[in-house]
Design a protein around this ligand. Structure first.
Ligand SMILES: *[C@@H]1O[C@H](CO)[C@@H](O)[C@H](O)[C@H]1NC(C)=O
Ligand SMILES: *[C@@H]1O[C@H](CO)[C@@H](O)[C@H](O)[C@H]1NC(C)=O
Ligand SMILES: *[C@@H]1O[C@H](CO)[C@@H](O)[C@H](O)[C@H]1NC(C)=O
Ligand SMILES: *[C@@H]1O[C@H](CO)[C@@H](O)[C@H](O)[C@H]1NC(C)=O
Ligand SMILES: *[C@@H]1O[C@H](CO)[C@@H](O)[C@H](O)[C@H]1NC(C)=O
Ligand SMILES: *[C@@H]1O[C@H](CO)[C@@H](O)[C@H](O)[C@H]1NC(C)=O
Ligand SMILES: *[C@@H]1O[C@H](CO)[C@@H](O)[C@H](O)[C@H]1NC(C)=O
Ligand SMILES: *[C@@H]1O[C@H](CO)[C@@H](O)[C@H](O)[C@H]1NC(C)=O
Ligand SMILES: *[C@@H]1O[C@H](CO)[C@@H](O)[C@H](O)[C@H]1NC(C)=O
Ligand SMILES: *[C@@H]1O[C@H](CO)[C@@H](O)[C@H](O)[C@H]1NC(C)=O
Ligand SMILES: *[C@@H]1O[C@H](CO)[C@@H](O)[C@H](O)[C@H]1NC(C)=O
Ligand SMILES: *[C@@H]1O[C@H](CO)[C@@H](O)[C@H](O)[C@H]1NC(C)=O
Length: 704
């Protein structure tokens, strides 16, 4: 306590700009259209909550209550029954009692020595900030070096130092500083990162660019060559089409909000809404006054309540024909099960309970295996994963293993993966490589290791495979090549589009891997994360030449089930050939979230939105019998160049036909959209015109 006061007093007197702060086969001739794919093309979900999905409830859904149900979640792996207060929307829980990991100190210092160290550190940072002869970037790096000394010798003090600097420099509001840098949220992870980072090298640049774009510019791609066990074969035996097609369901980003409060503020001004705490953020309004009460089935600025999750799943069978009895060949889930929980109210139990709840809901409606990739929200603290090598698989390298163990055991428990895949997932950060009974290899990876906000990914920033996720991916792909199999890669964070999400090194390494194994092995790639219906084409030669004959593989970025932010809720069904694992049809379904407030005696309407082939096939001059592959998608971009309407249509689907999406009718927007579709890497995406990438808010791009 005393030491904290010393730091606080020192920091209090500073006014420096803060450098530290911070299945069932279809017939081969099946020609499904929206109208006859399932049983209906429009399905009105019944109003009543399907209570049989859960055995017991703390709070039973209607007719006695208008609120969300609170099912009793019993964890089949840990055997824990999660308590009601974990998700009771009426209480504001504090951060749980999760362990907090600090790096070990390089020396055992006395309190006096620590005090002197902190004093010295603050004084030095003061001098750095005052200096007028250096750039923001070198000031930031110099300050990080001092922070590193604190992380090395007094690691448990780093959170207090960062919190104080954050507040006193006005880097963030006081509340945000307290929340961000307390040990249990990001304070302890920062101590680890600063302890091990090469602060004066590329790692430091990444850290400073992450803290603020005012500090250092975003680093570009560092030269890195992925090592492959074998050169690309001159000739490969490519599997031939079987003529048999199966259905595959693609769900993504449900973000189940187990603390959703019906009737709370749905149009709050900060963060995720529809929480009991949302009202306190509404400006110019007394707390009890609600401008828009959160509807039972969800809202545009909120994650999915139970009612929405169950409504979407109830619509799957009538719209797509797949169910428990008529299972798809398999289902893909491209990450993010858990709500956008503020970090202070997050915790291991909260995440685990949400995960069990989601899988229980899915398995009540869909048979067959579900192959899932972990998302950045499926972790505690959110966005973080640490490489095993941080301390040679010591306590820091294993600090997230509880999660990989737990979720992979759930997958095994539900019979979706076998014990061998469970062990792989436990070891490879949730990623695994399996061969489906019909012969397709499916490789899932934890993409947080190239996600821009995973601060552990800044360690050894010059080596995008420091975590080992890419060697794991390569190993699986090489096995597929050797065995004449085709492979699908399943992840969460896309590698391209406008170049925002993936770190440049990681996305470049991924692109090299795609190029090495496409199209002969990799048939398709699947991501989520953006919540929007998008697609990325990968080309030969690092995308330097983008013609129809250079197109190699497609990443399908699945639409989210959550409406957050300003989107409709949606999901997708593919029809796929079981020989080549090419996609022949992609059908997208959605529900108009703007209709939810007025729902009275029915649930929401889920309906067929579009068929990819029907929407773009004739404009792209694509023959009926050919697959929706990367060449097809390239032809679609060529068609968009000639016909702006087609890009505008893509834009409509991007937001799942949300009434809140901005339109894309200007030449500038169309050009940017085409560029994003053709950008499978961060480097390519960054070179596109910016400001037209996301339909979740008005475009900021310049219309010319
Ligand atoms: C699918 O159905 C449409 C409309 O009935 C028809 O024009 C088309 O030729 C069919 N395609 C195939 C591959 O059978
Ligand atoms: C949970 O219960 C099952 C069945 O009784 C048992 O096999 C398993 O070992 C238990 N797990 C734990 C972590 O206690
Ligand atoms: C919930 O209740 C249990 C037992 O009463 C208690 O130990 C725990 O701290 C409570 N958790 C929260 C988040 O309030
Ligand atoms: C600090 O002291 C502990 C307990 O005496 C000891 O185990 C540890 O090795 C010491 N660390 C260093 C770096 O000297
Ligand atoms: C800035 O000036 C200080 C002394 O005022 C000096 O020690 C330091 O090396 C200078 N830094 C640079 C980058 O020139
Ligand atoms: C840190 O980065 C610098 C600059 O890239 C490099 O010269 C140095 O060898 C690196 N240090 C370590 C310990 O890797
Ligand atoms: C340096 O940082 C200050 C304070 O954050 C900011 O106002 C200024 O614009 C930055 N300078 C550059 C060149 O980014
Ligand atoms: C592929 O072809 C090249 C040139 O024709 C030859 O040098 C190389 O050895 C061949 N590689 C394999 C694996 O057969
Ligand atoms: C939500 O609140 C903002 C003010 O915070 C207001 O500008 C906006 O119109 C509101 N949205 C709706 C749909 O009412
Ligand atoms: C896509 O399919 C077409 C038609 O079968 C084929 O000519 C083309 O080579 C395929 N493209 C890729 C990247 O496999
Ligand atoms: C909902 O429907 C009931 C009857 O079905 C009606 O009495 C009630 O006024 C309706 N409420 C709203 C808000 O429309
Ligand atoms: C598209 O959006 C722009 C900017 O909001 C608006 O000026 C324009 O009228 C819109 N066009 C159409 C066709 O809605």
């Amino acid at each position: 306590m005393k030491l904290f006061l010393i730091v606080f007093l020192f920091v209090h007197s500073l006014t420096l700009p803060g450098p530290i702060a911070s299945g069932a086969p279809l017939s081969a001739t099946h020609n499904a259209t929206g109208g006859n794919l399932g049983f209906v093309s429009v399905f009105t979900v019944p109003a009543a909550f399907p209570t049989s999905v859960f055995q017991e409830y703390y709070v039973t859904p209607g007719p006695t209550t208008d609120g969300q149900p609170q099912p009793v979640i019993s964890d089949p792996v840990s055997n824990v029954t999660y308590p009601f207060n974990l998700t009771d929307p009426n209480t504001r829980p504090t951060h749980g009692l999760d362990p907090v990991e600090f790096p070990s100190a390089l020396a055992n210092m006395t309190a006096d020595e620590v005090s002197a160290l902190l004093h010295e550190a603050i004084t030095s940072i003061w001098d750095i900030a005052e200096a007028s002869n250096s750039t923001n970037c070198s000031k930031c790096v110099a300050s990080l070096l001092i922070g590193q000394t604190v992380a090395q010798f007094a690691p448990t003090w780093l959170p207090a130092v960062m919190t104080s600097l954050c507040k006193e420099t006005g880097f963030q509001t006081a509340d945000v500083c307290e929340e961000m840098y307390q040990p249990a949220t990001y304070g302890a992870p920062w101590a680890q990162v600063l302890r091990y980072a090469n602060v004066s090298g590329l790692d430091g640049h990444y850290i400073c660019a992450f803290l603020s774009p005012n500090f250092c510019p975003q680093p570009g791609v560092a030269p890195y060559t992925v090592k492959f066990p074998k050169p690309r074969p001159n000739r490969t035996k490519v599997p031939v089409r079987s003529g048999e097609r199966v259905k595959i369901l693609h769900l993504s980003d449900l973000h189940l909000d187990t603390r959703y409060k019906t009737g709370s503020e749905a149009n709050c001004t900060t963060g995720m809404c529809c929480r009991i705490s949302s009202t306190q953020f509404s400006k110019n309004m007394a707390p009890p006054e609600i401008s828009q009460p959160a509807p039972l089935f969800g809202s545009y600025k909120c994650d999915s309540p139970y009612y929405l999750a169950l409504a979407a799943l109830q619509s799957v069978e009538p719209l797509t024909g797949v169910s428990v009895q008529e299972p798809p060949a398999f289902t893909l889930y491209t990450g993010d099960l858990v709500a956008h929980e503020p970090e202070v109210t997050n915790g291991r139990e909260y995440v685990q309970a949400a995960e069990v709840a989601v899988w229980e809901i899915f398995k009540a409606y869909i048979g067959g295996p579900i192959y899932a990739a972990l998302g950045n929200h499926d972790s505690v603290p959110t966005n973080l994963e640490s490489p095993h090598s941080i301390d040679n698989s010591g306590p820091l390298g294993q600090q997230f293993s509880w999660h990989y163990d737990h979720i992979s055991r759930l997958w095994e428990h539900y019979g979706w993966i076998d014990n061998n895949a469970q062990s792989q997932a436990s070891l490879h950060y949730g990623g695994y490589s399996v061969v489906h009974p019909l012969g397709l290899r499916i490789i899932t990876i934890n993409t947080d290791f190239y996600y821009r906000t995973n601060v552990f990914a800044f360690l050894h920033a010059d080596d995008p495979d420091h975590s080992g996720i890419f060697s794991f991916l390569v190993k699986g792909l090489q096995e597929a090549e050797d065995q004449g199999q085709r492979a699908w890669i399943v992840g969460h964070v896309p590698t391209g589009w406008q170049g925002l999400n993936a770190l440049p090194g990681g996305s470049d390494a991924f692109y090299q891997i795609i190029e090495r194994y496409s199209p002969q092995v990799i048939a398709n790639v699947f991501f989520g994360h953006t919540h929007e219906d998008q697609v990325s084409i990968y080309y030969r030669n690092n995308g330097s030449s983008q013609t129809a004959s250079d197109a190699l593989t497609t990443a399908w970025i699945g639409p989210s089930l959550t409406p957050l932010t300003n989107l409709n809720s949606g999901y997708r069904l593919y029809e796929v050939d079981t020989g080549t694992w090419e996609i022949f049809e992609a059908y997208t379904f959605y529900s108009d979230v703007s209709s939810f407030p007025a729902l009275n005696d029915t649930g929401p309407v889920f309906e067929f939105e579009y068929s990819t082939r029907q929407a773009y096939g004739s404009a792209a001059n694509w023959p009926d019998g050919e697959p929706l592959n990367a060449t097809f998608w390239h032809r679609v971009t060529e068609a968009m160049e000639k016909d702006r309407q087609l890009a505008s249509l893509f834009n409509t689907y991007q937001g799942k036909s949300s009434v809140r999406s901005p339109n894309c009718t200007s030449d500038a927007c169309v050009a940017a959209k085409i560029c994003y579709i053709k950008s499978g890497s961060t480097a390519l995406g960054r070179a596109c015109p910016q400001g037209f990438a996301s339909v979740q808010s008005p475009y900021t791009g310049v219309n010319s």
